[in-house]
Ligand binder design. Structure first.
Ligand code: GAF
Length: 392
């Protein structure tokens, strides 16, 4: 049963009538281009098959009544929220995610009514695979559809605009200073492709990416680690990049080229130099990866993935023991390339491998975790999948 079918079923059981619609949106894996989005740079994500579904139906009052199926198999109710009373800071916790989306749409002038919502997902949570953005994107689409503004309807916001509305919810309501990567991936990715997205210009290109056609697989290794400084660490890196851009007198680090890097870094205090080096070289690595993929050189992107990881580990300093163990074990056992993905300080890594090496790489990673007494990682294959859409 899909998460959408389950959401529809639970909605009907909970509310005694069928949902008026069910929308779902996927989690994502970013092939390369990490911590570049809030520097106006380039990213290259794909959607994964795991999704979050939102079933929606009308209410007589102005309440947003949100129920979710938890990992424990139980239904959980979000804190009560009245659409007109929503404001950042109330409610908090996971209830802030649905409330924030409704608030963001309301602030953008959409007449959001009271609604019953049922949320069911299978995107691993806390794994750096963007489960919260999948939820927010599916919800934004369900709410817009409910007021007659599903994508393609006259007057409906574009997917790019919806991504910004979800970002506003995340930044201003939930309080996480994240960029545009995750929402854009969840809303705009398509099957068998990665999305080459230029955050500054909004330009995008669907680049074919079907590793299986070349005898390859993209392995996702969820380390199950989440370190307490992940949120503060992210915010500090972002502020550091903005300070560096100010000192270099550019709008964003996107404006510094690799050729300018040696001169630019000399103008900066020591602590900002490695941040700038990472962002500038990572943007270049995205461009090189896209070039290789356009000519079908899937296997050749391995060294770029490795270089991205080294840069995130040594210069940007957002990796952690578990991510480094996963990446090292994968590469030592034959992966063509591997890197941490997402914000870092825990979460997941990816490894590009020959299909024939799958078992060997997987057991090498599991053994490396066991040797260090780390929690057993969860490993699965990422197949480039469809973006958000209406299912029922
Ligand atoms: C997190 C953020 F949400 C993204 O915006 C992005 O910055 C990413 O970390 C790092 O590339 O997923």
């Amino acid at each position: 049963m899909t998460v959408s079918d389950r959401a529809a079923e639970l909605f009907a059981a909970e509310h005694g009538r069928a949902a008026s619609a069910v929308w779902s949106a996927p989690g994502r894996v970013n092939l390369i281009g990490e911590h570049t989005d809030y520097n106006d740079g380039f990213v290259l994500p794909m959607a994964i098959p795991h999704r979050v579904a939102v079933a929606v139906g009308p209410r007589e009052d102005r309440k947003l009544v949100t129920t979710t199926l938890g990992d424990d198999g139980e239904l959980h109710q979000a804190d009560e929220a009245v659409v007109d009373d929503l404001r950042p800071g109330s409610p908090t916790g996971w209830s802030a995610f649905p409330a924030g989306v409704a608030w963001s749409l309301r602030e953008a002038g959409h007449a959001i009514p009271g609604l019953n919502l049922m949320i069911v997902g299978d995107v691993p949570t806390g794994a750096g695979l963007s489960s919260s953005h999948a939820l927010q994107c599916a919800l934004a689409l369900a709410l817009l559809d409910h007021v007659g503004l599903a994508p393609g309807e006259p007057g409906a916001p574009s997917l790019a605009e919806i991504a910004r509305l979800v970002q506003r919810s995340e930044n201003d309501y939930v309080g996480a200073p994240t960029g545009l990567l995750d929402q854009t991936a969840s809303l705009r990715c398509v099957e068998s492709h990665v999305l080459f997205f230029d955050v500054r210009t909004g330009d995008s290109e669907q680049v074919p990416f079907d590793p299986r056609s070349a005898g390859l697989e993209l392995l996702v290794i969820d380390t199950r680690a989440k370190h307490s400084h992940s949120e503060s660490g992210y915010g500090e890196r972002r502020k550091g990049c903005e300070r560096a851009a100010d000192l270099l007198d550019v709008k964003a680090l996107r404006d510094i080229s690799v050729a300018e890097l040696p001169t630019a870094t000399k103008k900066l205090p020591d602590e900002l130099q490695p941040l700038v080096k990472h962002v500038v070289t990572e943007n270049e690595r995205v461009l090189s990866t896209v070039e290789l993929l356009r000519s079908g050189g899937y296997a050749e992107i391995g060294p770029l993935l490795n270089a991205s990881h080294a840069s995130l580990r040594d210069d940007y300093r957002v990796s952690c023991l578990e991510l480094d163990v996963a990446v090292d074990a994968a590469v030592r056992s034959g992966a063509l390339g591997a890197r941490m993905i997402g914000g870092g300080f825990g979460g997941s890594a990816i490894a590009l491998i020959s299909s024939a090496d799958r078992e060997r790489v997987e057991s090498a990673v599991r053994d490396a975790f066991a040797e260090r007494s780390l929690t057993e990682p969860r490993v699965f294959i990422a197949i480039p999948s469809a973006g958000a859409g209406r299912d029922l």
